[in-house]
Design a protein around this ligand. Structure first.
Ligand code: IMP
Ligand code: MG
Length: 369
């Protein structure tokens, strides 16, 4: 079976979930392999805006199974709420949701402790880093422990139909059917490869898949996702950031406000040296460019094509001096002739095929390239 992965090429919020949801009908299992409710995955489904935090962006009308892997950390109350919210649109959805009981739990103590990370790192305050810390420190609590204790939230999830089964117990199914892995956050927020210490606490790259019990089912297609411009929430270096009124304009046009915290996102231009870094460390086989429609009407589009010093280390992002060119803009991103110079430039620069471009929020707005 051909398995595929969706990986963020920047600082999160590349519209990954829209691509996951679009591709989901081709796969049996949609697997979330890292992070937690720190992510806000927003997409439109038949004109309705959907925001998911813990559940992968599966399209449940196609009978997909959503699997929450052992490499995640999970706040059970939030999961229960999200399952109930999802049932409004997909009755009985709980029966399509499988949680690996080896995942670790976010507790009330973690939520309290994470408050200081909101100030220090711009964290989302969801307790994620604190839960991973306790996992590594060998004092974490697993979903399995809550199952044994007949925890009432876990029982409520079970009563709705959610299954608690390890990746190992599903090995035969994973062998038979195809899997789409949905990454949360991105290479530049990855605990190993991101702009440390301004990173999230999980493995947002293929390592997160490997360490979720899927070593035997690694994806042969790895889609790296980037917007036609870039954004970042929280603190940390952002070489192509813009600040003047053009930033406010771009933020408004792209609705760049955090789906989890509502914070205005920092905005900037597309950064090809950073995308190249993400491509090489993320193992992208293909690229997908999203939100081209946001730039409709821009006559010229600045793009960073080099830093004064070549990046060889994540710390190089802290004092990067970006060098820009401008590429011709477009009035209508759905007109392939108009966007071709921009897309072709990126494709040639990256040496990686661009598979799809996304030019709006509806299903028909994703174009094969
Ligand atoms: P934490 O993951 O909540 O600890 O936050 C650490 C950093 O990652 C902060 O800068 C957050 O804004 C950022 N972050 C975490 N999750 C996401 C996401 O889904 N999209 C974008 N940024 C995120
Ligand atoms: Mg997001």
């Amino acid at each position: 079976m051909t398995n595929a992965a969706i990986i963020g090429g920047f600082f999160g919020d590349e519209a990954k979930s829209r691509i996951t949801n679009y591709l989901a009908p081709n796969f049996k299992f949609i697997v979330r392999f890292n992070g937690s409710s720190n992510s806000g995955h927003t997409f439109y489904y038949h004109d309705k805006k959907i925001v998911r935090h813990l559940l992968p962006s599966a399209d449940f009308s196609y009978n997909n199974y959503a699997f929450l892997s052992s490499n995640m950390v999970i706040n059970p109350e939030e999961l229960l709420q999200e399952v109930k919210d999802t049932e409004y649109m997909f009755p009985d959805v709980a029966k399509s949701i499988i949680v690996d009981p080896n995942a670790f739990v976010i507790t009330a103590k973690h939520l309290e402790e994470d408050k200081k990370n909101i100030i220090e790192f711009g964290s989302t305050g969801k307790g994620v880093g604190c839960a991973y810390r306790d996992k590594i420190n060998r004092c974490g609590i697993r979903i399995n422990d809550l199952l044994k204790d007949n925890n009432e939230v876990i029982i409520a999830l079970k009563n709705l139909g959610v299954r608690f089964e390890t990746a190992l117990s599903l090995y035969n199914d994973f062998e038979k059917f195809s899997i789409l892995f949905e990454g949360a956050q991105s290479v530049l927020l990855d605990i190993n490869f991101g702009t440390y210490p301004y990173v999230t606490s999980s493995e947002c790259t293929l390592g997160g898949i490997f360490n979720s019990g899927f070593a035997a089912f690694m994806p042969s297609i790895v889609y790296g996702i980037t917007k036609a411009y870039s954004t970042r929430v929280g603190k940390g270096p952002f070489p192509t950031e813009i600040f003047d009124e053009s930033a406010e304009q771009l933020r408004k046009l792209g609705s760049e406000y955090g789906a989890t915290t509502g914070r205005p996102r920092r905005v900037g231009w597309l950064d090809l040296p950073a995308l190249d870094y993400a491509h090489k460390l993320g193992g992208f086989t293909d690229l997908i460019i999203t939100k081209l429609d946001v730039l409709n009407g821009y006559k010229e589009i600045p793009v960073c094509i080099a830093y004064k010093k070549t990046i060889t280390d994540q710390q190089d992002f802290f004092n990067a001096e970006p060098q820009f060119i401008t590429l011709p803009g477009w009035n209508n991103s759905k007109d392939k002739v108009q966007i071709k110079p921009f897309i072709n430039y990126i494709q040639n620069y990256m040496g990686c095929p661009i598979k799809y471009v996304s030019c709006g929020v509806n299903q028909g707005d994703i174009l094969a390239w």
